[in-house]
Design a protein around this ligand. Structure first.
Ligand SMILES: C[C@H](O)[C@@H](O)[C@@H](O)[C@H](O)C(=O)O
Ligand SMILES: [Mg+2]
Length: 437
């Protein structure tokens, strides 16, 4: 089936009206409608083999990503899977460095999100052909082959191919299969939730066995103090608290503000300032270290070069890879291996729609084949929209249970795609009707 040729690429704008109930709200994204540009690769295989991929967005603008996917599609359609994986590094570069389209990037912004959607679908296709979940495909792969999927351009000053090879181990599968990978929840404390909602959701989460919680901060200091105090009381001194400002502050403001929240003992402050400000993050890291608070970032860190600089400058203490922000598995492998070399834990960003389904594969690979450690490591989980996927994530006792179905877990239910297509799906037509009344 490796000979299968990709004959067609379709891409849809699929949106969920999460802003109606303030799900996903933070100090900068006050009304997100969790959305995806959803890609399906069709092949000429007899088995009607398809590859499914997506990239995550928060509503308006998804149509621009769809447009970028269409522009890149000519580079994919007509290729066989064998050709692609025979030189995955070359194919990655074809997509990320096309001589004309790179001008609208390069390797950042909308074109990078579009690259992720397409490459996620290619990896899904490959895993399906091998009959394995993506994490297992990665774990079983010959390390040299794995490394050959990575584009090392611009990062060899931090990680050479030889060093990367040395970071790949083979270990630790048993524990994962038994217990799964530890998760934390962000579902209790979106910024737009009331104290009452926060209390109820947090109590329910505790009863379900959650021990690590993330709270949105950054809009109003007094609100943050009240909410952090409330949640710390609910979860007690021994459970873990993280705070997330979604880029709201200037550098000095971040230091002052977080210092005022230090009494609640957050493990990290996430995205304190502009996601591109490497040196700003370094200053914040340095100032907060004596308080025992680390800096986490990555969900809007657009490529491996940015992560390289963050690591080189000791500007973060937690690497938050994202399955859609950078160039798919290829680029995330580079980031995971750089993090290993710099000895910084990877704690993926997830949530949204489909991000948990995707990134669980990457963190399983990280544990089994790279870090072999759970120290200060956990993967985000958000309890929304999983019902729209054919192979939704399985959480047991606040752990991700390794997926078993072949592929990258992001195939959506046909009916969900139809109903939520923007703007013509029935969900959006109904919302428009209500608006008109
Ligand atoms: C708009 C989104 O919900 C973000 O708030 C979310 O991704 C968040 O930063 C997170 O860390 O989960
Ligand atoms: Mg965040």
């Amino acid at each position: 089936m490796l000979e299968s040729k990709i004959t067609h690429l379709t891409v849809c704008d699929v949106r969920f009206p999460t802003s109606l109930e303030q799900h996903g709200s933070d100090a900068m994204h006050t009304d997100p409608d969790y959305s995806v540009a959803y890609v399906v690769l069709e092949t000429d295989s007899d088995a009607a083999l398809k590859g499914y991929g997506l990239t995550f967005t928060v509503g308006r603008g998804t149509e621009i990503v769809v447009c970028a996917v269409k522009a890149l599609s000519t580079l994919v359609v007509g290729k066989t899977l064998k050709e692609i994986i025979g030189d995955f590094r070359g194919f990655y570069r074809l997509l990320s460095s096309d001589g004309q389209m790179r001008w609208v990037g390069p390797e950042k912004g909308v074109i990078q999100l579009a690259t992720a959607a397409i490459l996620n679908a290619v990896w899904d296709l490959w895993a399906r052909v091998e009959g394995k979940p993506l994490w297992k495909l990665l774990v079983d792969m010959d390390p040299a082959k794995l490394i050959s999927c990575i584009d090392f351009r611009y990062i060899t000053d931090a990680l050479t191919e030889q060093e990367a090879l040395g970071e790949v181990i083979k270990d630790c599968l048993e524990q994962m299969l038994k217990e799964g990978y530890p998760a934390y929840t962000t579902s209790c404390a979106w910024l737009g939730y009331t104290d009452q909602q926060l209390t109820q959701l947090c109590s329910e989460a505790l009863a379900q066995g959650w021990t690590k919680f993330k709270v949105k901060v950054g809009a109003d200091l007094q609100d943050d103090i009240r909410r952090c105090s409330l949640i710390r009381k609910l979860i007690g001194p021994n459970n873990t608290l993280m705070i997330d400002a979604n880029q709201r502050w200037d550098v000095n403001e971040a230091i002052t503000w977080v210092t005022k929240l230090a009494e609640f003992h957050p493990l990290w402050i996430e995205e304190p300032t502009c996601p591109d400000d490497v040196l700003g993050h370094a200053s914040i890291s340095k100032a907060l270290a004596p308080l025992g608070i680390g800096v986490a970032t990555g969900e809007q860190c657009h490529n491996r070069v940015m992560f390289k600089q963050f690591l080189q400058a000791s500007a973060l203490q937690f690497v938050q890879i994202d399955s859609c922000r950078v160039g798919s598995v290829n680029e995330n492998l580079a980031i995971i291996l750089m993090a290993a070399k710099f000895n910084v834990p990877v704690c993926p960003h997830a949530g949204g729609v489909g991000l948990c389904e995707l990134v669980q594969h990457l963190i399983l690979f990280d544990y089994v084949s790279v870090s072999a450690s759970l120290n200060n490591r956990m993967c985000e989980y958000v309890d929304h929209l999983h019902e729209h996927f054919k192979s939704p994530t399985i959480i047991r006792n606040a752990h991700y249970i390794p997926p078993k179905d072949p592929g990258y877990s992001c195939e959506m239910l046909e009916e969900s795609v139809q109903k939520h297509q923007y703007p013509q799906g029935e969900v959006w037509r109904a919302i428009e009707q209500q608006g008109k009344q």
